[in-house]
Design a binder for this molecule. Structure first.
Ligand code: AMP
Length: 526
C-alpha cells in the first residue's frame, strides 16, 4: 500500500476540501458569536503557520497556547501542529509559578495567549527563561504587542505536512501543582488513529449532520479528541469560550442546535440544575458524553430519563489521548431487565479497538473482583516527556492508579482511585460507591467520601455533602440512604456539610483538598 503518514494536517485539509462551508462557531469574551467556516479557519491557520515559520519555529519546537476553547485557539492548534511543531496546551486555571515551571520543563519557545489571559502570560514570560515571545490570539488593543490577526495579514498560506506520523503534535501536562511535572507528548499517528476511534457509532458517534460542543477544554487532554473528530467528519463545531455556566451553555445549545456535547460531571450537573430550575429543556441536544470523573448514577438517570439524552459515560486519562472506555448498549445488555441494564450501562463501559485493558486482582484471574487497572494501546503513553524510564512495565502495561472490575458483560466499572480508597482495618472501602448512594438523597447536590485518620482502624470514611440551598435533612437521613446497600462497617463515621465543593483545575471535585482539610476530622479518639 501507499505510504501515507497519519498526520493531523490531513484532518483539517479534509474538512476544508469536503466540508469547507461547515461552520466553526466561537463565543467571544463579550459573549458575542463569531462565525467562520472550516475553509476560512484552514486558510487562517496556514497563514499563522507561515508566521510561525518566519519567526523561526521549526519541527519539534514547542509552542504553547494559553486559551479557552475558541476559534483562534482552534486555528493556532492546527497552525502549530501542521508544520511539525508541538502544540503545548496550558491550563489557564493554574497560577503563574506552576505554569512557568511546566513551560520551562517543556522548553516552550513561544506563548500564544487569549487576550483575557494576557496578565498571566506576561507573568510567565517574565519568569520563564525559555519563552522568547508572547503572541496575542486574534487582535490586541495594544500596538506594542504581537497579535496573530496582524501577523497573518502579511502572510501567504504555508504548505503543511512533510514529516513522519511519529512526529510529536501535542503536549499536555497531567498535573502541575505537586511533585514533578509530567508531560504527555502525543504523536500525529496517535491523534489520527484516536480520531478514527472516537467517531465510531459506539464511541462518540459523530456524523456530518451533527453539531458538536466540546465543553471539555482543549487544554484537558485534547478536548477528548473532539477538536480533531468534528472536522474529520465535517460536523459543525461550537467552541464555548470562557463561560461554562448552565445559563451560557443552555443558550448556546439552543441557539446553535447542538446535538452532541462533552463535559465532566460537575458541568453537566450545573447545566441540568439550571435547566430544571428554570423549567427549560436541553432542546436539540441528543447525546451527552460524560467523563473525566465518576458520574453519579443519579445524574446519569437525570440526563437519560428526564432529559431524554443518549448518555455515554466515558473513562480515560491524559496519558491515553485520552479515551479508554465508553458505555454504549450491546446486544447482551439490551436483553437485560431494565434495572440490571442500567446498572451495567451506567459503568464506564468497554474499550474500543486499539485499547487493551486488564484488571490485576489478587484473587482468581477472570473473576469480577476489583483490582489495579492497567492499559496499553496505540494512543497510550510510553514514557513521560523528558523521562528516560518507561511509564509502563516490560510489556508496556501502564498502571492507571485506578481500581476497577470487569463484569460478566465486559463492562468496566471504576470502583475507585487507588489514592481515594478508604483502607479501614486492612479492608478496602470504595469511596465512589458510597458517593453514588449518598447522592441518591434528594437534598444532595454533590457528595464526596474521603478517608479520615482513625487510631483504631487506620482510616474511616467521612461523608462530605453539598446540599440544596435551604435543605435541612439530618445526618441520620443521609446515612440511611447508604445503609442497607453496603456492609455495616462501610458506613461513614461522620457527615460534614460544605457550602460549595472545592473543584480542581479541570472542574472535577478536588478530593485531595478535601482529604487534606478533613484528615483529622474524627479526632485522635476515633
Ligand atoms: P485526567 O488525566 O485529568 O483526565 O484524569 C484521569 C483520571 O480521572 C482517571 O485515572 C480516573 O481516576 C478519573 N476518571 C476519568 N474518567 C472517569 C470516569 N468516567 N469514572 C471514574 N473516574 C474517571
Amino acid at each position: 500500500m501507499l505510504s501515507w503518514p497519519l498526520t493531523v494536517n490531513r484532518i483539517l485539509e479534509h474538512a476544508e476540501r469536503w466540508h469547507g462551508n461547515r461552520e466553526v462557531i466561537s463565543v467571544g469574551a463579550d459573549g458575542g458569536i463569531v462565525r467562520k467556516t472550516y475553509a476560512q479557519c484552514a486558510d487562517r491557520a496556514r497563514r499563522l503557520s507561515a508566521a510561525l515559520s518566519d519567526r523561526g519555529v521549526r519541527t519539534g519546537d514547542r509552542v504553547a497556547t494559553l486559551a479557552w476553547n475558541t476559534g483562534e485557539h482552534f486555528e493556532a492548534w492546527y497552525a502549530i501542529m501542521c508544520i511539525g511543531a508541538v502544540c503545548h496546551t496550558l491550563n489557564p486555571r493554574m497560577d503563574a509559578p506552576n505554569l512557568t515551571r511546566i513551560a520551562e520543563h517543556a522548553g516552550t519557545r513561544l506563548l500564544l495567549v487569549d487576550p483575557s489571559l494576557l496578565p498571566l502570560a506576561q507573568a510567565m514570560h517574565a519568569a520563564c527563561p525559555t519563552i522568547e515571545e508572547i503572541w496575542v490570539l486574534g487582535h490586541s488593543g495594544d500596538r506594542t504587542l504581537n497579535a496573530t490577526d496582524a501577523l497573518i495579514g502579511e502572510q501567504q498560506p504555508a504548505a503543511w505536512g512533510g514529516f513522519g506520523e511519529e512526529q510529536a503534535a501535542g503536549l499536555c501536562y497531567t498535573s502541575g501543582t505537586a511533585g514533578d511535572p509530567k508531560g504527555v507528548l502525543y504523536s500525529h499517528r496517535a491523534n489520527f488513529l484516536h480520531t478514527l476511534m472516537v467517531i465510531q457509532p459506539d464511541v462518540f458517534g459523530l456524523r456530518a449532520i451533527d453539531t458538536v460542543l466540546p465543553i471539555v477544554p482543549m487544554f484537558h487532554a485534547n478536548a477528548w479528541g473532539l477538536v480533531f473528530a468534528a472536522p474529520a467528519v465535517g460536523a459543525k463545531l461550537v467552541l464555548p469560550g470562557r463561560h461554562l455556566d448552565g445559563a451560557s451553555l443552555l443558550r448556546l445549545i439552543g441557539e446553535e442546535k447542538v446535538s452532541i456535547a462533552a463535559a465532566v460531571p460537575t458541568v453537566w450537573q450545573g447545566l441540568v440544575d439550571h435547566a430544571d430550575a428554570n423549567g427549560e429543556t436541553l432542546g436539540p441536544l441528543a447525546r451527552a458524553v460524560v467523563g473525566g470523573a465518576a458520574c453519579l448514577p443519579s445524574l446519569l438517570r437525570r440526563l437519560a430519563d428526564e432529559h431524554d439524552l443518549d448518555v455515554r459515560h466515558a473513562w480515560g486519562m491524559t496519558e491515553m489521548s485520552p479515551l479508554g472506555t465508553i458505555s454504549a448498549p450491546t446486544a447482551d445488555t439490551l436483553a437485560l431487565p431494565e434495572e440490571a441494564r442500567r446498572a451495567v450501562e451506567g459503568a464506564q463501559g468497554r474499550p474500543p479497538l486499539g485499547v487493551e485493558l486488564r484488571v490485576e486482582t489478587a484473587g482468581t484471574p477472570g473473576s469480577d473482583a476489583a483490582g489495579k487497572l492497567k492499559i496499553r494501546g496505540f494512543a497510550m503513553i510510553e514514557r513521560y516527556y523528558g523521562d528516560s524510564a518507561p511509564a509502563g512495565d516490560d510489556g508496556g502495561w501502564f498502571d492507571t492508579g485506578d481500581v476497577a472490575r470487569i463484569d460478566a458483560h465486559g463492562f468496566m466499572h471504576i470502583t475507585d482511585r487507588e489514592k481515594d480508597v478508604v483502607k479501614s482495618g486492612g479492608e478496602w472501602i470504595s469511596s465512589q460507591e458510597l458517593e453514588a448512594l449518598a447522592a441518591e438523597h434528594c437534598d444532595v447536590v454533590h457528595a464526596a467520601v474521603v478517608a479520615a485518620d482513625s487510631k483504631q482502624w487506620g482510616e474511616r470514611p467521612l461523608l462530605i455533602v453539598q446540599l440544596l440551598p435551604g435543605a435541612c435533612c439530618s445526618d441520620e437521613d443521609l446515612l440511611a440512604q447508604i445503609a442497607g446497600s453496603v456492609p455495616r462497617w462501610w458506613l461513614p463515621d461522620a457527615v460534614v456539610r460544605v457550602d460549595a465543593m472545592p473543584l480542581g483545575l479541570t472542574g472535577k471535585i478536588d478530593k485531595r483538598a478535601l482529604r487534606d482539610t478533613y484528615r483529622d476530622h474524627l479526632g485522635s479518639g476515633a
